[in-house]
Write a protein that binds this ligand. Structure first.
Ligand SMILES: Nc1ncnc2c1ncn2[C@@H]1O[C@H](COP(=O)(O)OP(=O)(O)O)[C@@H](O)[C@H]1O
Ligand SMILES: [Mg+2]
Length: 377
């Protein structure tokens, strides 16, 4: 029997959040001789051990049918601030499947985990929770000319606010929940505090040291690095690229209008060739250390997308870790081979997990974290 890999995701009818990626994934599955199907928690009949899954017909149409239990499940469910997400959270806590990737946590929790690791600290911008206390905000601004406020459950640059102190004034630049750019100037700290309160509302936020990411003047530039486990269950850096944000944007996310360019080429233009090489090596070292630190706490992962900042002084910083990363950056950079590799690798890794499960060997991947640290969501 062909191995079966299920992709857990949100769906409504035949509408998915990542239709382009899922098509590629299903096609790659065919090439690898493995059955791949998409499903959401509501498609699962636990007692009957069957799942209403979605695949592609030969003509490239979405079609649903019943599948027996998958050997491995890849969790690709994205956060959404809706009740349906709570359904997913409780479903995901059940030990129904062998998952290729463990559960993760919000930005603040992840920061705490990494900060407790000595090796990681040098790469972490100063970060604390936003409590609404004016003292804390003011204090942060005495140490850093720029600070960032970010929703702890945010994605894609939504809800992010950059505050820059210029004399008595504060320049605010952000992205609202719809990712629309917003700019304002607050006069004095009283003005700042009321604007920030309004921006944050009832959401949970963190405050972070702002990094000077203007390698290209007037733009935010950062690096997206994708690391994945291969068929030997070993971490590899699949590739990395620079994202150049649009003018007057506090963020460089591709979905917020950022453009992707080759990292080595871009960095060589900003620094010497030697320094650019060093920076890329440091990003890779950061990636492997991050994967080790994350897995030590959260259990086995399958792939991680790291947002890395390189400031104008040439220092490397870890901005964010994405446990369910996209791979569009490779296509945007004009590297279709890397894109294809990035689509194939998760399936190859899942196949390795499936074969370990069926052999007499105990799988050493993918089973530990649910029991280990089940308090993190
Ligand atoms: N501390 C910071 N200093 C400078 N730029 C930042 C900082 N934090 C985030 N950014 C910019 O905002 C983008 C989005 O922030 P990130 O933490 O990755 O949140 P999201 O989950 O919304 O992608 C980053 O890719 C980077 O361009
Ligand atoms: Mg990000």
């Amino acid at each position: 029997m062909k191995p079966k890999i299920g992709i857990l995701t949100w769906r409504e009818g035949m509408t998915f959040r990542e239709p382009v990626y899922f098509r590629q994934l299903l096609r790659a599955g065919r090439e690898l001789g493995v059955t791949v199907f998409l499903f959401s928690p509501r498609d699962v009949q636990v007692k009957r051990r069957r799942i209403r899954g979605i695949t592609l017909t030969d003509r490239g149409r979405w079609a649903s049918r019943w599948f027996s239990w998958p050997d491995v499940v890849i969790d690709r469910y994205w956060y959404t601030p809706k009740p349906v997400f709570q359904e997913y959270v409780s479903f995901r806590k059940q030990p129904y499947f062998l998952y290729a990737n463990n559960r993760f946590a919000n930005k603040w929790r992840v920061h705490e985990v990494l900060y407790s690791n000595e090796n990681m600290r040098k790469w972490l911008p100063e970060t604390c929770t936003y409590t609404g206390e004016k003292g804390r905000l003011k204090e942060m601004l005495t140490r850093h000319r720029i600070i960032y406020l970010k929703p702890i459950n945010g994605t894609g640059g939504r809800g992010i606010l950059r505050i820059e102190k210029r004399g008595e004034h504060y320049h605010l630049l952000g992205r609202d929940k719809q990712r629309v750019k917003k700019a304002a100037v607050a006069k004095g700290s009283a003005g700042l505090i009321s604007r920030v309160r309004q921006w944050v509302g009832q959401e949970k936020y963190l405050m972070q040291q702002g990094l000077e990411l203007g390698l290209l003047p007037g733009r935010s530039v950062d690096i997206r690095l994708l690391m994945q486990k291969d068929e030997h269950a070993e971490w590899l850096v699949t590739g990395m690229g620079c994202r150049v944000g649009p003018k007057n944007s506090a963020t460089a996310n591709l979905h917020g209008g950022g453009k992707a360019v080759a990292a080595d080429h871009f960095l060589t233009q900003c620094f010497s060739e030697e320094k650019a090489k060093q920076l890329i090596e440091e990003c890779e070292q950061l990636a492997y250390e991050t994967a080790a630190a994350i897995e030590a706490y959260f259990g086995s992962m399958m792939e991680l997308g790291l947002d890395i900042g390189i400031d104008v002084q040439g220092r490397v910083w870890l901005i964010e870790i994405n446990p369910k990363p996209g791979r569009d950056i490779f296509r945007e950079m004009g590297q279709p081979d890397l894109y294809r590799l990035a689509v194939r690798r998760p399936l190859q890794y899942a196949l390795t997990l499936a074969s370990r499960k069926h052999s007499s060997l105990q799988p050493d991947e993918g089973r530990c974290a649910e029991t280990k640290k089940s308090k993190t969501s």
